[in-house]
Design a protein around this ligand. Structure first.
Ligand code: 13P
Length: 254
């Protein structure tokens, strides 16, 4: 982390976990534990929990994220949620391009780019997820692959709009597997992403960009990962479902 250049952001991605009553219990337990955070804290909750989460986090230091959004404002898109529906609730962030969306729901870089543009135009902050598979890592194409994702997903995003983008580097092989990238592996790719941003937008934009690591980040390994120069926060899955663990990770980001 280098908080003199860019804000540190710890975001929980709850994925498809917690009914509204469970969400209420978890947020109630979490809020006091993270209230003195020196980083930005975000929780990404299922759509049905957004109204409750926004209400409970209003006036606190915790911001609320959705886990996806569509690119159109409204229309015949059964089952989809528009950026405008989110902003009206008070949602400030949206996680886009998670590998689970890409793998299980067929999201492509092309449709993701449309979502990114629509979300930014609606005033949301975007947490854009990129990351390689194990096969890609073993074939030594991690850096090229991740840069390609960044370039495709950010097409037509202006330098001004980029200020509302966070990139989350999430190696697919480390998600939910308990297999964390080493701090050196994670640092190397986050540094590569920053260089890619510099090539597209210049050094100042790259220096100012928050880049998170995600993939089995937990209370035990967060401090070491966050001590790396180019890792400015985390996108936390499993460990964000336990308030004390999440709070420990938040406390490590200082
Ligand atoms: P885990 O922390 O459960 O590995 O999940 C990481 C992730 O996918 C966050 O978006």
């Amino acid at each position: 982390m280098n908080t003199s250049l860019r804000p540190a952001v710890i975001a929980g991605n709850w994925k498809m976990n917690n009914t509204p009553s469970q969400a209420q219990a978890l947020i109630t337990q979490m809020l006091p534990l993270v209230k003195d955070a020196s980083c930005q804290v975000v929780i990404g909750v299922p759509f049905v929990n957004l109204p409750l989460a926004c209400q409970m986090c209003k006036g606190t230091n915790v911001k609320v994220a959705a886990q996806n959004c569509h690119w159109e404002e409204k229309g015949a898109f059964t089952g989809e949620i528009s950026p405008q529906m989110l902003t009206e609730l008070g949602v400030e962030y949206v996680i886009l391009g998670h590998s689970e969306r890409r793998t299980y729901f067929g999201e492509t870089d092309e449709s993701l780019n449309k979502r990114v543009l629509a979300a930014l135009n609606a005033g949301l902050k975007v947490i854009l997820c990129v990351g390689e598979s194990l096969q890609q890592r073993e074939a030594n194409v991690t850096n090229e692959f991740v840069c390609m994702q960044v370039k495709l997903d950010l097409q037509n995003v202006s330098e001004e709009m980029l200020k509302n983008v966070i990139i989350a580097y999430e190696p697919i092989w480390a998600i939910g597997t308990g297999k964390t990238a080493t701090a050196q592996q994670a640092q190397e790719v986050c540094k590569t992403i920053r260089a890619c941003i510099a090539s597209l937008y210049g050094k100042q934009a790259a220096d100012g960009m928050t880049i998170q690591y995600g993939g089995s980040m937990n209370a035990g390994n967060a401090a070491e990962l966050l001590s790396q120069e180019d890792i400015d926060g985390g996108l936390i899955g499993g460990a964000s479902l336990k308030a004390p663990d999440f709070a420990t990770i938040v406390a490590a980001a200082k």
